[in-house]
Structure formats: C-alpha cells, structure tokens
Design a protein around this ligand. Structure first.
Ligand code: SF4
Length: 408
C-alpha cells in the first residue's frame, strides 16, 4: 500500500500504478510530524538560553518546544512550518525546490484549531510560525498573517507569537506581521559577499536587507503606540531577530562580527542567532560541504565556532564591547582555544589589574569571569562599605578565582 502526503487537500487519493494504491490523506498530526521536524533548524526566536535547549524537543509532542525564559523559568512553544513546499533555491536547505522531501501544507484552520487546543489545555503558551515559500512571498505571508490575525482577533489569543518574514515580502505584508506579533525574524544566513553561493533567486539587498530595515521602522511605530494600546499584546514591546547559518557559505567570523555590530547599533536588532551549518543537507558546491569533514573533531569545531560567536554576541549586547575590539586571528576567525573576553584581556595587559574598590561598572564587565550579576553585586556592596576581594561577597568558584587574577 502506498502512502501519500497530500499537499493541499485532505481528500483521499487513489494512486495509479502497480499494486494497490490508495490511501488516506495525511492527518494534521502526520503533517505536524514532518513540518515540526523541518522547523528545528530555525533558531531565530526567543527560544532558549543556549543552542542546546533551542534544539531540544519535548518527548511527547515533537512540535511542542521547551523554552527557557530570560528570568530562568521555562515554558513551551508550538513551533512549526506551515508548509515545506518551497520555490526557493537556498543551497544549504533540504527543502529547496529541486529536492524531494515529503511535501505537505497545513491549512489555516488546522493550525488555529490545533494551537488553540494546546493553549486551552495549557500545553503551550506561545507560537513560532514559519514556512517554505508556497507560490510567492506574499501569498505565503498571507497564510502566516491570516493565522496570526484569526488567533489575535477571533480567538483572542494574546500570548507570545513569533512570525517569520518571508524574504521578498511586500511592505504591507511586513507591516501587518509586525502589528500582530511579539517578535518577527528574517534570516540573513550570511554576509552580502557570500550570499550568491547560497541563492541565485533571492536578492540580498531587495529581499533581505530592505525587509530588515522596514521591520525596524514599523517596530518603532508600533512600540510608540504601547502606552495607548487597548489589547495586551500591543502593550508589550515587539522585537526583531535574525539568524546566520554559520559556515555554509565560507564567511569569516570577522565579517559576521562586523554585521553584528551594525545590526545592534544601527538597526536595533534584538537578538542574533547562529546555527552551525549541518553538513550533508546542502548542495555539493557549498564551502561548508567541502571544507568540513564528518568526523567528530570537525563536528566539535563547528559547534565550538557557533559557541564563540554566541560569546561574542554577549560581549556586544551586555558587556559594552564594540565589534572592532573583538580579537580575531590572522585568518579572520575567533580563537577556538580561548573565549573572546579572555583573549581581549590577555591582549590588553595595560588594562589590568583593576581595583575592585574603585573600577567602574563598564571596566569590571571586561574582567574575564565576571558577569553582570557579580558586577552589580560588587557595585552594591561598595555602597555599604569597602570591598577588598570577591570572597567577601560570596562563594568563589573556579570562574571567579580566574576573575580575581585580574583584580587588585
Ligand atoms: S526559503 Fe530557502 S531556507 Fe526557506 S524553506 Fe525555502 S529553500 Fe529553505
């Protein structure tokens, strides 16, 4: 018996050919199994505090993702593609048009019904919606936006919602998504110089950079309305995120870090995510396919590169570093041997030791091993009396002992 996933209807289909043909159309659950699996490579939502937990799945439902909140608590998101049909040619993506995965499409009411059932039974508290490009960017955006519209207006779902912006979408479609969602993202994937290796169909400036700039403008308008908003979700600040697929197109860390600096300082990007390229899914011409071996050592290197980029991201967002200060080796890459904050400190012996009694908050944040929590602790303790060492403030672990070496 053949089994077929139908793309756009739930009617049963008879399949001509040898043997018996026919069968049932895929159920919503069948489709979700396929689509949520394909959605796992997209990390560009506020899911999780580490790469590991962003990739984790719940044991019972593969489309329900555990999420770690910034305050340390956890919640669960419903995360899926609407469709894995795609007209695009992204060379790193297993769903690109010339590949042959099982293609399915979720209908609008299927998503609304399934999601709201999970919400009512408190199995999920937020939604992450993405899609392959079915037809045109705008016809796909309309599918995404119509689900968001129904959830917000008809179902009165006011919880967290992340919507993917489809590359090449019109300004009107982007504006509507920004008004409906808590966060939106369009994936940059790589820098402009390398983008031609990833796609011949998508135009970097028109399809990626233009939407990112438009989103920034619409977010500003929306967030200015917050004090006057009548519905809860519009009272929350909405944000934009993006993702780079690291290593597919052969870009250097130096190029990515320059982009990160611009995205945070000029565009007001909220978060940048990195996904180490997974060898074996892409076109053979990609540098990522050629350069990386399948052995464990190379896999570890790939994950470590992603980890170093996340550490750099923290330095830019939370520690007051500028992109041009991040230490880069002669080849244009971050060190895999030492974290970027320690590499900076070791390259700047003139900066240390810092006086724990007198150094400013910004100076203390540059001490390897000291994070924002401990820096606040030091500043607060100084208001009560003299601070001479870290031991005075609490239990000192190996990381803090390392910090002590940079303090006087
Ligand atoms: S647009 Fe590109 S990355 Fe997205 S599903 Fe289509 S081929 Fe894959």
């Amino acid at each position: 018996v053949h089994y077929i996933e139908q793309m756009s209807t739930n009617a049963a289909t008879i399949i001509p050919g040898p043997g018996i043909g026919i069968v049932r159309a895929p159920t919503t659950e069948d489709k979700l199994k396929i689509l949520s699996d394909d959605a796992r490579f997209d990390l560009a939502c506020a899911c999780g505090s580490s790469a590991a937990d962003r990739r984790t799945k719940a044991a019972d439902h593969s489309w329900v993702y555990p999420v770690t909140l910034p305050n340390g608590g956890t919640t669960r998101f419903f995360k899926t593609l609407l469709s894995n049909v795609c007209v695009n040619d992204c060379a790193y993506c297993p769903l690109r048009a010339n590949q042959d995965p099982r293609r399915v499409v979720l209908q609008t009411e299927e998503v609304v019904h399934t999601f709201m059932n999970y919400v009512r039974t408190k199995k999920v508290f937020g939604l992450f919606l993405s899609s392959g490009v079915v037809g045109s960017p705008d016809s796909t955006m309309e599918r995404i936006n119509s689900i968001a519209r129904i959830l917000r207006i008809r179902e009165k779902f006011y919880g967290y919602m992340h919507l993917k912006i489809i590359p090449g979408a019109s300004s009107a479609a982007i504006q509507e998504a920004v008004m409906l969602a808590d966060s939106v993202s369009i994936n940059m994937e790589t820098t402009e110089n390398h983008f031609g290796l990833l796609s011949q169909k998508k135009q970097y400036q028109q399809d990626i950079i233009r939407p990112i700039k438009e989103i920034a403008g619409y977010l500003q308008e929306r967030n200015q309305m917050m004090p006057y908003a009548q519905v809860p979700y519009l009272k929350r600040k909405a944000v934009q995120t993006t993702q780079f697929v690291v290593g597919a197109a052969g870009e250097k860390d130096q190029e990515l870090i320059r982009y990160m600096g611009g995205l945070y300082s000029k565009i007001g990007m909220s978060r940048i995510y990195f996904s180490a390229y997974q060898r074996g899914f892409g076109s053979a011409h990609l540098p990522g396919e050629q350069a990386l071996g399948a052995n464990t050592q190379d896999n570890q290197k790939r994950s470590l590169r992603e980890h170093r980029l996340y550490q750099t991201d923290f330095l830019l967002r939370q520690y007051g570093f500028s992109a041009h200060e991040i230490p880069i080796d002669g080849e244009g890459f971050l060190s895999l041997q030492e974290d970027p904050k320690k590499a900076w400190a070791n390259a700047h012996p003139e900066y240390f030791p810092l006086s724990i009694a007198k150094a400013t908050k910004q100076q203390l944040l540059r001490v390897p091993g000291l994070g924002p929590t401990w820096v606040s602790k030091i500043i607060k303790a100084r208001q009560q009396g003299p601070v001479r060492n870290l031991e005075q403030l609490g239990k000192v672990n190996a990381r803090l002992r390392q910090a002590s070496e940079y303090l006087g």
